[in-house]
Write a protein that binds this ligand. Structure first.
Ligand SMILES: C[S@@+](CC[C@H](N)C(=O)[O-])C[C@H]1O[C@@H](n2cnc3c(N)ncnc32)[C@H](O)[C@@H]1O
Length: 251
């Protein structure tokens, strides 16, 4: 892509096409590029939530918060704990809402990360499970902790390979309540094949493709990101690391 930004003429030229700088289309082009460069520069590795590092784009955290508030889940299942920031983020929403708890699984929970999570004021709302998210005993352990009738939201943020995400979708989708979502995060990989930190095969080996293929094979799920509850702009497109991530269970 060839991009020229002229702040004196208020114009953005994209591959020869000129856009008004102050247009939704120009904002979309600029934000896509900002997300891409920011991903490469590890912008999402520069935040913490209530003292715990969280590896997310803040835009995704805010949109996620909107969905959690709308949904009011009883249980949030998360794969991929890392330092624990997303588990603490979800637990903090549960505490504020006065309902819900988090079950979080990671193949390796390092002792210092476990300690920080277990000593956190919201640790009473978090159950940590160590093991591979697709291990049958891990899935069964999680299933056994969910009571009949509880509203369940699932967020997949572990191994982002197509196969692993597809296996997770198959293992966890039956836990998801009708009306809720299973979220296959970090599909942005599909657009990063030629970024310096990207990989050439990510055009096919990525979570977004797994989510799309899963939806095609499972008509009770459809790709449907949460609607914006508030929007006084003319914008409608998420700025996100999670394209095609939100699989809503409709039946
Ligand atoms: C991107 S990080 C998670 C970030 C975290 N959700 C956050 O927002 O801060 C991915 C994590 O997935 C874990 N992981 C990788 N393969 C896994 C697997 N098969 N099962 C469970 N966790 C896995 C890694 O150990 C790593 O901690």
């Amino acid at each position: 892509m060839k991009l020229e930004i002229d702040t004196e003429a208020n114009a953005v030229k994209v591959d020869g096409k000129t856009l008004d700088l102050y247009s939704d289309e120009a904002f979309s082009v600029l934000s896509d590029l900002w997300v891409r460069v920011g991903w490469n520069q590890k912008y999402s590795y520069s935040f913490s939530w209530l003292g715990v590092p969280i590896i997310q784009l803040p835009e995704d955290m805010i949109r996620y918060q909107e969905a959690v508030w709308e949904l009011q889940p009883d249980v949030i299942v998360e794969t991929g704990v890392a330092h624990g920031g997303s588990a603490v983020f979800s637990a903090s929403l549960c505490r504020l809402m006065g309902k819900g708890r988090v079950i979080a699984v990671d193949i390796e929970i390092r002792p210092h990360n476990r300690k920080r999570i277990e000593e956190h004021p919201f640790s009473d709302l978090i159950t940590l499970i160590e093991g591979s998210s697709t291990d049958a005993s891990v899935v069964e352990n999680i299933r056994s902790q969910i009571n009949p009738g509880e509203k369940v939201l699932v967020v997949l943020d572990s191994d982002h390979s197509y196969k692993h995400v597809m296996d997770e979708l198959e293992a966890y989708s039956s836990l998801v309540t009708v009306g809720s979502w299973i979220v296959a995060t970090d599909g942005l990989m599909q657009d990063l094949t030629d970024a310096p930190r990207g990989r050439g095969d990510w055009d096919v080996d990525n979570p977004a493709k797994a989510a799309r293929d899963f939806a095609a094979q499972n008509p009770q799920f459809k790709i449907e990101p949460p609607a914006w509850p508030f929007n006084e702009s003319t914008l409608s497109k998420n700025i996100t690391h999670w394209p095609d991530a939100w699989l809503r269970r409709t039946g």
